[in-house]
Ligand binder design. Structure first.
Ligand code: URA
Length: 450
């Protein structure tokens, strides 16, 4: 068996056997298969896809590339949440402490920024001292003692995803349903969760822009998860504009602090409560979603979620004085407002481009080895359906690297479409899917507890 044979087979649209996938991934991890050959295989999978059985096999082999944690000695159902990725998506930072404060164990393995989307690990690492690469023994102990721990893939857990995730980002092979399923589910299966709430983003800032492909992704994720007995529910949520009012790393931590202290933008709060209610339902802690959202809202308002967040950050060596007093954080060297050139209503926002610009400001990586500027990012002042006056700020760009030039500012300006007629805001919570298929929900039903 050689790497070349497997690449050739997949390139020509044939099905890889379990032993071929196993050989490829393990030889790659041992350094016997080069990055360029892994890149070629990823591109072949991107174009040719994988069958259901192949995707299950890929997920299993990726899960088993490291240790598989067992939390069965802990009472109750362990639940995690994962997003397929968006711009300004800081929900995991809020949800893990929030749901843990409700008495549910939340083991969480997250990822870094991928393509134009941000990553939970980078956001957490913007907190001075915060460690996302913990020995597995510490991960287990923290989940047992505090109820939640947020780490990245390590050499001990999901090393295959750790290596392949970075490679996909650099080789433009992120948008592949089997690769996304293998990546997300291998992490969730290895971390010891019994149930999973998925936030599948839809819109121009999502991995897949159109609703059909996003739903296809959600369906595949649920089918593959079900093959492993991982009880999974997917919520399709809007990503036709950045979530909340901040995109970057530290700026998103600041927004998460606001929500955890009972404030924050309505859309960030809404998606957090909706996904949290689904997690509580999966854990058997609420009979219906509206009571789940009411329970969680109380934990945001009474400070319990905030206290849990501080406990988690302290345990992962983050300096909580920066969370208690965000003004202490180093200010970005450059701060620049991008203003509207005309008056009217915002009818569209190019969230994908905003994500790309945020990455170029330094909030993400152009190449695997780039370092992140944690002060870099954007504050988003206008959202779809908002009225805007000429000269009013649309967005504030900030970073500490080279300041944005005129071309950059113009590109940022062009991300906002301003028209005479207003449009209603996009439908935010779009669909709920589980192993039985699409479930009838309306936004009102789901959010009745808010
Ligand atoms: N999140 C992941 O962990 N992996 C992907 O492939 C996409 C989003």
């Amino acid at each position: 068996m050689t790497a070349r044979e497997s690449i050739l087979k997949k390139r020509d649209g044939k099905t890889l056997t379990a032993s071929e996938i196993n050989f490829f991934i393990h030889a790659y991890l041992r350094g016997e298969i080069a990055d360029y050959q892994m890149s070629a295989l990823l591109m072949a999978i991107y174009f040719q896809g994988m069958s259901f059985d192949e995707t299950v096999t890929l997920t299993r082999i990726m899960r088993d590339s490291g240790e598989v944690v067992d939390f069965s000695h802990l009472p109750g159902i362990k639940v995690d949440k994962h997003s397929t990725g968006g711009v300004g998506d800081k929900v995991s930072l809020i949800l893990a402490p929030l749901v843990a404060a409700a008495g549910v164990y939340v083991p969480m393995i997250s990822g870094r920024g991928l393509g134009h989307t941000g990553g939970t690990l980078d956001k957490l690492e913007s907190i001075p001292g915060f460690k996302t690469q913990l020995p597995l023994s510490r991960f287990k102990k923290q989940v047992e003692e505090i109820g939640a721990c947020l780490i990245g893939q390590t050499d001990e857990i999901c090393p295959a995803d750790r290596r392949i995730y970075a490679m996909r980002d650099a080789t433009a092979t992120v948008q592949s349903i089997p690769l996304i399923c293998g990546s997300i589910l291998s992490k969730k299966l290895a971390e010891g969760s019994n149930a999973l709430a998925l936030d599948v983003k839809v819109g121009n800032g999502a991995i897949f822009k159109d609703a059909e492909t996003a739903e296809e992704l959600a369906t595949h994720l649920i089918r593959i998860a079900t093959a492993f007995n991982l009880n999974t529910v997917a919520l399709l949520t809007d990503m036709s504009q950045p979530l909340g009012g901040a995109a970057g790393n530290w700026v998103e931590v600041c927004e998460a602090i606001d929500v955890l202290q009972g404030r924050g933008p309505a859309d960030t709060r809404k998606v957090t409560l909706a996904l949290g209610a689904i997690m509580l339902q999966l854990a058997g802690k609420t009979g219906d979603l509206p009571s789940g959202t009411a329970q969680l809202r109380a934990l945001l308002d009474n400070g319990a979620a905030w206290e849990k967040f501080l406990e988690i950050v302290r345990a992962q060596e983050g300096d909580i004085t920066f969370l208690e007093n965000p003004d202490k954080y180093p200010a970005p060297k450059h701060r620049l407002e991008v203003k509207a050139e005309r008056e009217g209503f915002i009818t569209a926002i190019n969230a994908r481009e905003i994500g790309r610009l945020s990455m170029l400001l330094g909030a993400g990586r152009k190449t695997v080895d780039d370092t992140v500027d944690y002060t870099a990012g954007m504050l988003i002042h206008k959202k779809i359906s908002d009225r805007v006056h000429r000269g009013e700020a649309l967005i504030t760009l900030q970073n500490s690297g080279p300041p944005p030039d005129n071309d950059f500012i113009q590109t940022a300006q062009s991300c906002f479409v301003i028209a005479h007629q207003s449009l209603p805001p996009p439908k935010f919570l779009q669909k709920l899917l589980n192993a039985q298929g699409v479930q009838p929900i309306t936004e009102i039903e789901l959010m009745a507890g808010i």
